[in-house]
Design a protein around this ligand. Structure first.
Ligand SMILES: [Zn+2]
Length: 450
């Protein structure tokens, strides 16, 4: 005696369990109950037939999102960020611990975050904590309270309430995290190398680029590797931009250092050569570098030195982007791409001979594994029924005004991309804005829970 599935999806094309092909997927109580060869005889409460031009994918997992609520909700909030995520095929986000007020530095602040998020998330949301001078003794309770790991900065973070670790702070944080069997995320740019570089000011992109040299990343990453090696902690480098750090990363991994690395769509898609002077929507730290660097980042992804691709969605209000003056020195650094990550990466990946299974590995399976979300990141029996219908050949032209995130500023304005998210399901129910108004159904996730 079997109960009828709540949802049945028939798809001629899929990326399911690493295999691409025609499938039928059944969903019961928000969970994938069965994945098998395409069989249109299977029926259920709701039956969805994807078009021949659509591919069924598992929902993406974006572990690098700055939501900024509470405190700087005018930059970005949970409702708008998660609506953008759902529109972009992202069914799980993990929120960064800084730019909200308070920053997520102790269990009490985490509770404030969770309260702010509750009831307004359109996708599932987890949280990172932060490691700063003065709270290293509280990392364990913070991890026990459910953050997925803790993030620290080596350079200035851009906000006063989230200071960088100095001196032996990185190693001490790694030791605390190791003792708690946690995960330490590091913004790896060396403050001394940055201080010795020319200052960023004015509208010249070349001047800005010179102010954030690759050597700052490379020096910091060597320190991160050393701290990971000495502490035994799991350590993750966020938003890698400098390809010249790849050999050190590859060697550390080969040595068994517990190191993972992410890069972001902007480093894989944009090129310094194309950034117009004064175009501050392109400002992020570390910066978008030149075309040769970009090619080597793709090599690093292809050979597994880079583990995953996440957005580093980091919005602010348009005035803080200094759009009027175009001054790279004063503009806030951050690029908002939560909704566009999949078509951005796919457009460039396809041009370089990758297939959608590669993209799903980088943007769904690997980030899910990073944070230990065992029911996310692949389309298989027993997994969360987080599904995406993606049209990989359809073109779109980016109109920032039509993106769901709060402030319509984007370096991708008017970009022509290949690939459109047609539908997103969270736990077996449509979650994308095109599916109409409905109550937000995203859950708040904690470390150790599936
Ligand atoms: Zn970030």
């Amino acid at each position: 005696m079997t109960t009828e599935p709540d949802l049945v999806v028939h798809a001629v094309r899929s990326v399911a369990g690493g295999v691409s092909g025609p499938v039928t997927v059944t969903v019961h109580d928000g969970v994938v109950a069965w994945v098998g060869p395409l069989d249109r005889g299977v029926t259920g409460g709701e039956v969805v037939e994807l078009g021949d031009d659509e591919v069924l994918l598992p929902g993406l997992v974006d572990t690098h999102v700055h939501v900024n609520e509470p405190g700087r909700t005018e930059w970005e909030g949970f409702a708008s960020a998660t609506r953008a995520a759902a529109a972009g095929g992202v069914t799980t986000v993990v929120d960064m611990p800084l730019n909200s007020l308070p920053p997520t530095l102790d269990p009490e602040a985490l509770a404030v975050k969770q309260e702010a998020a509750r009831g307004q998330c359109h996708v599932d949301v987890g949280f990172w904590g932060g490691a700063v001078p003065g709270n290293l003794g509280r990392l364990r309770p913070l991890l026990d309270a459910g953050v997925m790991g803790v993030k620290c900065f080596l350079p200035d973070s851009g906000v006063a309430e989230f200071p960088a670790l100095v001196g032996d702070g990185l190693l001490r944080a790694a030791e605390e995290v190791s003792a708690a069997d946690g995960l330490l995320l590091v913004h790896a740019e060396d403050p001394d190398v940055l201080a010795a570089a020319p200052a960023a000011n004015g509208p010249s992109y070349d001047v800005f680029l010179a102010s954030r040299p690759a050597a700052a990343e490379d020096t910091a990453i060597a320190r991160v590797v050393d701290a990971a090696r000495r502490s035994g902690a799991r350590v993750h480098v966020v938003h890698l931009s400098s390809a010249s750090a790849l050999p050190v990363i590859a060697a550390a991994k080969a040595d068994g250092v517990r190191l993972t690395v992410e890069t972001c769509p902007h480093y894989l898609v944009l090129r310094a050569e194309d950034v117009p002077d004064g175009a501050t929507p392109y400002k992020c730290c570390p910066p978008v570098r030149d075309d040769a660097n970009r090619a080597r980042l793709w090599d690093g992804l292809a050979d597994g030195t880079i583990d995953l691709v996440v957005s580093d969605h980091s919005p602010c209000t348009p005035d803080l982007k200094a759009l009027g003056t175009g001054d790279f020195g004063t503009a806030w650094g951050g690029i908002s791409s939560l909704q566009l990550g999949l078509p951005l990466v796919w457009t460039e990946a396809r041009r370089r001979g990758h297939d959608l299974a590669d993209v799903v590995r980088w943007m769904s399976a690997a980030p899910a594994a990073l944070v230990g979300l065992t029911t996310k990141g692949s389309l298989r029996e027993g997994a969360a029924a987080d599904l995406v219908a993606f049209a990989p050949d359809q073109e779109q032209v980016v109109d920032p005004a039509r993106l769901e995130h709060r402030n319509p500023v984007s370096p991708y304005a008017a970009a022509r991309l290949t690939g459109v998210v047609r539908a997103t399901w969270l736990a077996g129910l449509r979650a994308d804005p095109d599916s109409g108004d409905h109550a937000p159904r995203g859950r708040l996730l904690a470390r150790g829970e599936a």
